[in-house]
Design a protein around this ligand. Structure first.
Ligand code: HEM
Length: 120
């Protein structure tokens, strides 16, 4: 495989499109929508998500947000919500024509983060 995950996600432009679609999916998903409706600064949250996916997939720009435990501490996020959010991300990747290998790579990263997000 010659391209990095960051390149396969479409670099910063592709990641920005995916993040927009992920946020729209969260806001339409009955299992998680209230969590995201309650965010005070949605633009900042999307910027942090773009940075996180960019840096985490091998992109050149740093992630400047909170670590995953700090970002989700006290929210009491359930396994069901975690799975719903993961499905939203994979759905947004489908919409943006990411291939199966790219989705599997992102899924593996998301799965590795679950202990930092669920009921922390
Ligand atoms: C699937 C893996 C997940 C990843 C990679 C992720 C990533 C992030 C990132 C990067 C931030 C920004 C941190 C900052 O503000 O500095 C964030 C914030 C947030 N996350 Fe997650 N998250 C995940 C799952 C979830 C789930 C399952 C929920 C709830 C259903 C959730 C709810 C939130 C909320 C509400 C905030 C915003 C806090 C605020 O700005 O007020 N996240 N997340």
């Amino acid at each position: 495989m010659s391209q990095t995950l960051y390149q396969r996600l479409g670099e910063s432009e592709g990641i920005a499109r995916i993040v927009d679609d992920v946020m729209a999916a969260h806001l339409a998903n009955p299992l998680v929508k209230t969590r995201f409706e309650n965010i005070k600064d949605l633009e900042r949250a999307k910027r942090m998500a773009r940075e996180f996916f960019g840096a985490g997939s091998g992109g050149p720009a740093p992630y400047t947000g909170k670590d995953m435990v700090a970002a989700h501490k006290g929210m009491n996020i359930s396994e069901q919500e975690y799975l719903a959010a993961t499905d939203d991300i994979l759905g947004a990747m489908d919409k943006n024509h990411c291939d199966a290998q790219t989705k599997n790579d992102v899924l593996a990263i998301l799965y590795s983060l679950k202990g930092h997000i669920i009921r922390v």
